[in-house]
Design a protein around this ligand. Structure first.
Ligand code: NAP
Length: 485
């Protein structure tokens, strides 16, 4: 199979925060891979922007080091790295002052797509938006890319949306949720809407429940002070898990077109019922297996911030009424795993002996570690001995099914950046979606914050999460799928 790379128009991409962790780990390595794939036009320019006085050569050395660290050796032939570095420029700019803006302005060309990536702390988003606008850098073909977190509650997200709207049209704003850039997430839409097999069954009549799990093995690492003010609900549920829920639950959009898709996602969020207290569990990891507990990691012995959340969510609409969506995410769990599990109902009537009956069909959509899907179906166990049923996976791991092309599955960031240049907002969150998501999570967070005697349920570092999360499903006669890769 031959990979098709569709070239994009020439562009000037300014990365504010171009020396930061995200830029070095994800954005620049992603752009480099696009360069290697032949997708970056010769006239494309990437301009790092931060306060440090590095100069262009200093910036190129910094990024050369980042590529060494974050791109595989066999993907870094010297001439390719040198060719990519030639595309890079650098301007020392202060988001909060006037330093560097004239220099930046003179570096930009009029005739190409212009994008500003705000890869800086959210506290600088408004300053940047205001200055980019005040310096006359916004043209009809200009886009801004805004990193997460987008607000920390409904009020702050609204305020930020309003601020951005004074300088940019909504069609120019690209709010990143990198989960949406994953190959499998798009494949979920391809599978649902490109086959006749699934969509007729994709409703409460045939689906028993859906599980969405984003499990991490890492603790809070060096991000302790940020994380302790945020917690799993703000950091993961309000954005990544809700986006996965929306794509799983949404109605078919009339076209695969940005606003058609985002309208349908928004309807799902608005149909989510308020979560009653017994339907949500928050947890905090404790020291186990030689790993420190959360309180030691964040150096705050009184913290009640959650490193784990499980929720039984219900969508009050015609398609999903009666089919719960169980969400769970946490740090320091047994394995690193992100997946959506769609558990179908049993056949209405079995013609086989009760003890011969197979398990219900189950579609698993894996986002990491190995992107792919598997569908468990019931067949007869081979050989003599009567009709005994077993369930087997129809495995659609992309690397197996699609050969070498699939091994080089485009990383989420590089796909999303190319979408920005193309002007395609389908995989970016619209302002109203973000606000609706906060409107759903805010009451849960507020109820926790209102009573700081309520402590999260403890769970062992390296385990499967708190007992209470298991009980959330047992209560309904169901079980979580094991957190196992
Ligand atoms: P970081 O490592 O702290 O980098 C911050 C960058 O901003 C640096 O380049 C810094 O350079 C620059 N900067 C700081 N103050 C500035 C100012 N006044 N004017 C211009 N530039 C300024 O942060 P990060 O981890 O890369 O995160 C960037 C954004 O991505 C944040 O919104 C974060 O929430 C989001 N994000 C990060 C990750 C991740 O894995 N790192 C993941 C998801 C989302 P100077 O000090 O030289 O100015």
């Amino acid at each position: 199979m031959v990979s098709r790379v569709i070239p994009v128009d020439p562009f000037d991409l300014v990365i504010f925060g171009g020396t930061g962790d995200l830029a070095r780990r994800k954005i620049l390595p992603g752009l480099y891979r696009r360069y290697l794939a032949g997708q970056m036009p010769a006239e494309a320019r990437v301009i790092g922007a931060a306060r440090s006085d590095l100069g262009v050569e200093g910036y190129r050395s910094l990024i050369a080091e980042a590529l060494e660290e974050f791109v595989a050796d066999d993907m870094r032939p010297a001439e390719a790295v040198a060719g990519f570095l030639d595309h890079l420029g650098y301007v020392a700019v202060d988001a909060r002052g006037e330093t560097g803006w004239a220099d930046l302005t003179s570096n930009l060309r009029d005739s190409v797509v212009r994008a500003f990536y705000f890869s800086v702390t959210p506290a600088l988003f408004s300053d940047l938006a205001e200055r980019v606008h005040a310096h006359g850098l916004v043209e009809p073909d200009t886009r801004i890319v805004v990193e997460k977190p987008f607000g920390r509650d409904l009020a702050s997200a609204r305020a930020l949306n309003a601020e951005l709207a004074t300088h940019f049209d909504e069609s120019q704003i690209y709010r990143i949720d990198h989960y949406l850039g994953k190959e499998t997430v798009q494949n979920l839409m391809a599978v649902r809407f490109g086959n006749i097999l699934f969509e007729p069954l994709w409703n409460a009549q045939y689906i028993d429940h859906v599980q969405i799990t984003v499990a991490e093995t890492v603790g809070v690492g060096g991000r302790g002070s940020y994380y302790d003010k945020s917690g799993a609900m703000r950091d993961m549920v309000q954005n990544h898990l809700m986006q996965l829920l929306c794509l799983t639950a949404m109605e078919p959009p009339a076209q695969f077109e940005p606003d058609a898709v985002r309208d349908e996602k928004l309807k799902v969020i608005r149909a989510l019922q308020a979560v009653p207290e017994p339907d949500v569990v928050r947890g905090q990891y404790t020291a186990a297996g030689g790993m420190p507990g959360y309180l030691e990691d964040v150096e705050n012995p009184d913290s009640t911030t959650e490193s784990f959340v499980a929720i039984r969510a219900q969508i009050a609409n015609w398609r999903w009424s009666g089919t719960p969506f169980y969400l769970r995410t946490g740090k320091r769990l047994r394995a690193r795993l992100s997946e959506i599990v769609v558990r179908f109902k049993q056949t209405r009537h079995s013609i086989f002996d009760a003890d011969a009956r197979g398990a219900p069909n189950e579609l698993t959509i894996r986002l990491q570690p190995d992107e792919g899907m598997d569908l468990r179906v019931t067949i007869k166990e081979p050989g003599p001995g009567g009709m005994r049923l077993i369930d087997v996976p129809l495995d659609m791991t992309f690397a197996d099914a699609l050969g070498p092309d699939a091994e080089d599955v485009t990383d989420a960031y590089e796909r999303l950046i190319m979408d920005v240049i193309r002007g395609n907002q389908t995989l970016f969150m619209r302002g109203d979606e973000v606000e609706a998501a906060w409107a759903w999570t805010d009451p849960i967070i507020e109820s926790w914050e209102a009573d700081d005697r309520l402590r999260p349920a403890p769970y062992d570092a390296g385990g499967a999460g708190p007992e209470e999360a298991l009980a959330l499903m047992h209560r309904d006669g169901r079980r979580w799928k094991d957190i196992r890769t």
